[in-house]
Structure formats: structure tokens, C-alpha cells
Design a protein around this ligand. Structure first.
Ligand SMILES: C[S@@+](CC[C@H](N)C(=O)[O-])C[C@H]1O[C@@H](n2cnc3c(N)ncnc32)[C@H](O)[C@@H]1O
Length: 305
């Protein structure tokens, strides 16, 4: 991976960075050195506006150009814990940073508080950057937040980001579709609003498709067990990918039978995705990113033929 900090030094102002160690992960607010609009960029909406922006899975070079521009124009940035320090380092130096949390057990701000905060900041005339990991409209509650803004008459724009399934698959060497193995790809969450993992197992346990489970690490045993119980072979290929696209990426491969034990043995922790399908077999051939011994935890037993 390229050294983004090094690149940042030589980059034009739009990619000028703040240092990663100045980034706060505590719920406290950090006072802005220059409150309000102050960088000379003309504001499009005098009333304030919220930009809901996808920060991608971690590697800052996966940001869209539009996201990079908005990072540089924000007055205030409200960010979730999945946004990487490297991405936060690209937020305009004088912008106020507000940590909204959202780890499973540590919501620095409740969802209702985040909604109210976005409305209040926009009503003060701020350009608010609502920064979320991956894509804001994929398991990111981005839709719910924008609904709240719409109800309150706040202007907003949404910028897509690279979702973690896409980042994990490409940096993990596991294509989500492949003409020989998977003609469909399904994204599901392993963590439902109700707290259960009650998915449509019959639909998920089909061949010729790839299933990517977000937020599933806590239920990996049940997920693999249900897929087998609903018809997939015990030796069907499966993988778990932790911190995809970052220098800390780790990939564990196996089968529906072996993956839960292997992931536990490797102490894989969220954020991580589970990928199920024959495309996992391709990692041995296509893995290109995490090729050092530390991050490469691949078990190359023959997968289901
Ligand atoms: C609340 S969801 C947010 C998903 C996000 N909006 C996206 O599009 O990727 C959080 C889950 O996304 C997955 N995730 C996010 N970033 C990841 C990463 N860098 N590596 C692996 N999984 C990640 C994990 O399954 C994590 O539990």
C-alpha cells in the first residue's frame, strides 16, 4: 500500500492532511480553531447543508474525488468509529471533529442524538460532513439519518463510498462474482435490529452465488451451521476478512465446518466480513495485497469441487 502521509506532502491542497495522532476517538467535542466558514470556499447553501459521505473501508486512496473535496470543505465532521485515521487525517485542518461512535457496545452518541446534532449544526449554517465507513447506504443507517434531515427541511447530498464487501473482496483476492462459480452476490447483515440472526437461510444456502455477511462475526458459528443445515456442503468454501484494505488486514479461509474454529483461533475481531462461496477458492491464485506472513492466515485445504 502506498504511504498516504508521504503522498499527502506532495499532494495539492485538496489532499492536505492533518496528522493521524491529532484524531480523537473520544465522545468529547474538539473546539474548532476557526468556527464557521473560514477557508474562503464559497458555501453553496447559506442555510447549511449535510453531506453524507462514504469513507470507504479504510485505505484513504479508495475515497472518491468528491469525498476528498468535501473533506476539505467541511466546517464540521461528524464521524463513526469505522472511519479510518488515515481518512480522518484528510479532513480540513480547521474543521471541528465530532466522534459519533457506533461500536456495537460503545455508542458515543445515540442515533437520536446524532440526528438532532446534524439538524442543529446545519441550522447554524455549517457545512456538515457526516462521514461513515464504507458506503453510507449499505448497513450504515445513512437512509435513516437522511430521512430525519428531509423531515426537518435540511438540505443534504449523499456521496457513495466503496463498501467493505467490495474492498475486502478485491484486497482479499476473492472476486464476488466469477462466471465459473457465482452469478449472483448477496449482502446480508448478521445483526438484525431485533438482535437476532433470523435470515432467509434457504435463499442464502444456494450454489452459484456468493454471500457476504456484514456484522456476522459474533454469530459465525450459527451462520455457518444454518447454511449447512439448509443444504450447502460441509466443505463449502468460506472466509473471514478483518480490517480489509488496511495494513492490518487479515484473512482466514476454510470451509463452513472449519471457518468458525479458525477465526476464533486467529482471534479475528470486528470489523470483519464473512464471505461464503466457491469464489473463496480463488484467493490462493488472486491474493495480492496481504502477502506478508503476519497478515496472511490462509488455510489452503482443497475446497469443495
Ligand atoms: C455498520 S456496518 C457498516 C458497513 C459500511 N457502511 C460499508 O458499506 O461497508 C459495519 C460492518 O461492516 C463491515 N466492515 C466495515 N469495514 C470493514 C473493513 N475494513 N473490513 C472488514 N469488514 C468491514 C463489518 O462487518 C462491520 O461489522
Amino acid at each position: 500500500m502506498r504511504d498516504s502521509k508521504k503522498d499527502g506532502n506532495a499532494a495539492p491542497p485538496v489532499l492536505a492532511s492533518r496528522t493521524a495522532d491529532s484524531v480523537s476517538r473520544t465522545p468529547t467535542r474538539r473546539a474548532s480553531r476557526a468556527p464557521g466558514r473560514g477557508d474562503g470556499v464559497a458555501a453553496k447553501h447559506e442555510s447549511g447543508i449535510v453531506y453524507l459521505v462514504g469513507a470507504g473501508p479504510g485505505d484513504p486512496e479508495l475515497l472518491t474525488l468528491k469525498a476528498a473535496r468535501l473533506l476539505q470543505q467541511a466546517d464540521v465532521c461528524v464521524y463513526d468509529h469505522l472511519v479510518s485515521n488515515d481518512v480522518l487525517g484528510l479532513v480540513r485542518r480547521n474543521a471541528e471533529l465530532i466522534y459519533a461512535g457506533k461500536e456495537k457496545s460503545n455508542h458515543a452518541l445515540a442515533q437520536a442524538e446524532i440526528n438532532a446534532l446534524l439538524v442543529a449544526l446545519a441550522r447554524k449554517g455549517k457545512r456538515v460532513l457526516r462521514l461513515k465507513g464504507g458506503d453510507p447506504f449499505i448497513f450504515g443507517r445513512g437512509g435513516e439519518e437522511m430521512q430525519f434531515l428531509a423531515e426537518h427541511g435540511i438540505p443534504f447530498e449523499v456521496v457513495p463510498g466503496v463498501t467493505s464487501a467490495s474492498g475486502a473482496s478485491t484486497y482479499g483476492g476473492i472476486p464476488l462474482t466469477h462466471r465459473d462459480y457465482a452469478q449472483a452476490c448477496i449482502f446480508v447483515t448478521g445483526h438484525l435490529k431485533s438482535g437476532t440472526c433470523d435470515l432467509d437461510w434457504e435463499m442464502l444456502a444456494r450454489r452459484n452465488q456468493t454471500v457476504v455477511v456484514y456484522m456476522g462475526m459474533g454469530q459465525i458459528e450459527e451462520i455457518c451451521g444454518q447454511l449447512k443445515a439448509h443444504g450447502l456442503p460441509a466443505d463449502w468454501p468460506a472466509a473471514a476478512i478483518e480490517r480489509a484494505t488496511t495494513a492490518k488486514q487479515r484473512v482466514v479461509t476454510g470451509t463452513l465446518t472449519t471457518l468458525p474454529g479458525r477465526a476464533a483461533h486467529a482471534h479475528l475481531k470486528p470489523p470483519a466480513l464473512i464471505v461464503v462461496g466457491e469464489v473463496v477458492k480463488l484467493r490462493g491464485e488472486l491474493g495480492w495485497f496481504d502477502t506478508d506472513a503476519e497478515s496472511l492466515i490462509t488455510h489452503t485445504e482443497p475446497a469443495h469441487a
